[in-house]
Design a protein around this ligand. Structure first.
Ligand SMILES: Nc1ncnc2c1ncn2[C@@H]1O[C@H](COP(=O)(O)OP(=O)(O)OP(=O)(O)O)[C@@H](O)[C@H]1O
Length: 264
């Protein structure tokens, strides 16, 4: 299938430090691609450049053939690229349902005037957003918590809410920054299953995750960064046996292991 997201020779420096240098890869619909690497390798910086948080100094990002390099996150969301953050960006004092509804509004270009005047078109949009948000909450197992204030959710449930909100933007490409961080084994498995389901519907998933078991289980393809550069890529089994990858992880306890089966 054709390429949906293409990252071409992208790079950025902070002061004298090349945080990401000359990194390229591409992503197809339904594919789960993980970016891994030791701490400080440049994974989050790469995400920030793809999602418009940082302007790359070098290289291009293309989304379905359109050059979207450095485009603002809200404009990217309207074009079908949405993301979650390493640190949750949930509205804590809003209900779970309102948080999910917010995702719909972030991806729409409705008329502010129509909304203020409560015109029929905006009422219909609000009804559609509410119904869609309820379906998504059902999907991520939070339907019973719809009216709960987000501040009262466990960490794992907040993570799922954040994914639901990103899905509300109806993305073609979904960037997930450490979706399993801080989650217990059961919560991680739920998130794992959810990601595989979303990909099976054709959404391309770009994942940054430290949980190597999860990465090895669900990824079709892995890109390995070290000191801002791509040092390897391939399927999970190939990458985990690559001597450059093993060397990069030496001295850390987060190395990928070849024993983990890839089920994608
Ligand atoms: N805004 C910034 N200003 C200056 N340096 C930065 C900035 N953001 C990241 N860096 C540096 O760029 C390098 C890459 O950082 P980045 O956070 O992208 O790595 P990472 O692979 O996501 O790390 P981790 O796994 O620990 O989250 C690091 O040396 C980091 O200190």
């Amino acid at each position: 299938m054709s390429t949906l997201l293409s990252v071409e020779n992208i790079g950025i420096s902070f002061g004298g430090l090349r945080a990401v240098h000359d990194v390229s890869f591409s992503l197809r619909p339904g594919e789960i691609l993980s970016v891994i690497g030791p701490n400080g390798a440049g994974k989050t910086t790469l995400f920030n450049m793809i999602s418009g948080v940082y302007q790359p100094e070098q290289g291009r990002v293309r989304l379905a053939d359109e050059d979207v390099t450095g485009m603002r996150p809200d404009l990217l969301a309207r074009r079908g690229l949405s993301r979650t953050f390493q640190n949750l960006q949930i509205f804590q004092n809003m209900s779970v349902l309102d948080n999910a509804i917010a995702g719909y509004h972030l991806s729409e270009r409705g008329s502010l005037l129509a909304d203020l005047l409560h015109l029929p078109a905006s009422r219909q949009r609000a009804r559609n957003a509410r119904q869609g948000a309820l379906r998504l909450l059902d999907r991520v197992g939070l339907e019973r918590a719809a009216e709960t204030e987000a501040a009262n959710l466990s960490y794992g449930r907040l993570k799922r809410l954040e994914i639901a909100r990103a899905l509300a933007m109806r993305p073609k490409v979904l960037l997930l920054d450490e979706p399993a961080a801080g989650c217990n084994a059961v919560e991680t498995e739920e998130i794992d299953r959810m990601i595989v389901e979303v990909a099976a519907e054709g959404v391309a998933i770009l994942l940054v995750e430290h949980d190597m078991k999860m990465v090895m289980r669900i990824s079709n393809h892995i890109v390995v960064l070290d000191h801002g550069q791509k040092i390897a890529e391939g399927d999970p089994a190939t990458v985990s046996r690559d001597p450059r990858v093993i060397a990069a992880y030496l001295g850390t306890d987060a190395a990928p292991t070849p024993e983990e089966p890839a089920h994608a």
